[in-house]
Design a protein around this ligand. Sequence first.
Ligand code: BES
Ligand code: MN
Ligand code: ZN
Length: 492
Amino acid sequence: MNTTFAKLAVPTQGAAVVVMSEGGKLGPVATKLDKQTHGTLSRAIKAAEFTGKREKTLTIVAPAGSKLNRVIVVGLGSAKSFDANAAERLGAGIYEAVNRDPAVTIVLEGVDGDAGALAAHLAAGLRLKSYRFAKYRTKEDKDAKPKLKAVVVQTDAPNDAKKRHAALEGLVDGIFFTRDLVTEPPNIIYPESFVARAKELTKDGIKVEALGEAAMKKLGMGALLGVGQGSRRESQLLVMRWDGAKDKSAAPVAIVGKGVTFDTGGISLKPPPGMWDMKWDMGGAGVVVGLMRALARRKAPVNVVGLCGLVENMPDGNAQRPGDVVTSMSGQTIEVLNTDAEGRLVLADVLWYAQQRFKPKAIVDLATLTGAIIAALSDHYAGLFSNNDALATQLTAAGQAVGERLWRLPMGDEYDRDLKSPIADMKNIGGPRAGSITAAQFLQRFIKDVPWAHLDIAGVVWNEKPTALAPPGGTGYGVRLLNRFIADNYEK
Ligand code: BES
Ligand code: MN
Ligand code: ZN
């Protein structure tokens, strides 16, 4: 998609979008267009009782007096509350209305606040919604295929918009990379092929390295390796570094992702219905890779290290058994009572490694860790767990700002007790209650004295229905959130 910005002027060809604020009048450009079309716009607005409610649209086809194919009047809502978030959502809504046309001109007039930034966010939202994953279709209905190629956004501040948009393009590229990884089938994305994809990021200036099973064995990563031991695919630990700060040796922020490229449950096998969903059990790792791309593309002045524990959880003659005891890199032993509680085993070793090697300022992990978080929060919030109130507040604020919301859940000894094992330092499951919290307690046992947060994203990685900024499928949830969190708190 080719996006450009231009000064306000009456559009003359293709499809045109004009905005109308709630209960308000049309802006100067839309009014000119209305005159040119002999009042067609104002008559249609009246006839349809269109009030300008946010994201409502009214389409007028081939209006007389103009060469335009169609004019779409879209509601801006109240101009005062029309912020970056609302602009992105409006852009996404516009995409839905105009993707049958090859070219569209959007007249963004009558907004409060930073016109350039709002235009840039509108364009970013439009592109986010245009994501498609069609590489495995050999037959496709021509009419079903979107045609939109060229987008012009008109604004008071086109130069400003252009600059702001350049940074946002990198963010959208990162989100698309995440969505691709999450959507790819599990015969295509497995630990080594995931690493191969991540190596594309060296082009962005990111240092990418990977540790195989022999290296992890040397480090004593018995928890991670136990999960992968039933798989024909070799487990991998992926390490990506973006050193964008002035002081390249300054302690980084560490972002850690669960990358289970397929989770059958192992010997504690999952039931067949819905098991296919477990291809996106690498969603946390997918976010880490997309985030690294976004940071690099906008040359973020910050040091960030991204780590992904990549394994496939399979039942096999060599798979770990319920009852096995494994020794983690930290030295703590774990009784594996349920091989389907594998994500925490993977993260235990990656979190430990991240702290040992990088001495990070803060550490945030993302994981599709528990079904229980979906029962608690559905797809409206991701779960947040933290040992640090300031960090939790920063993350919550970043999520609020970009519309990827977090809800903090409690932690404490009363939950931690559920992890007691009669023969090892801990077991890998708690009791029947508060499953998301006992999972977080398990992770905390591998955190030393560093601000840490865990995001349980099981409910938000994938959506069967379209979301505001994404078609059905992988959402890329978390890339925007962490990009914002890092920009607001670690960049100078
Ligand atoms: N990957 C799953 C969690 C999950 C479930 C993510 C549904 C997305 C949708 C995880 O590895 C898992 O199996 N968790 C178990 C833990 C239980 C055995 C303690 C769960 O949530 O049932
Ligand atoms: Mn599992
Ligand atoms: Zn899992």
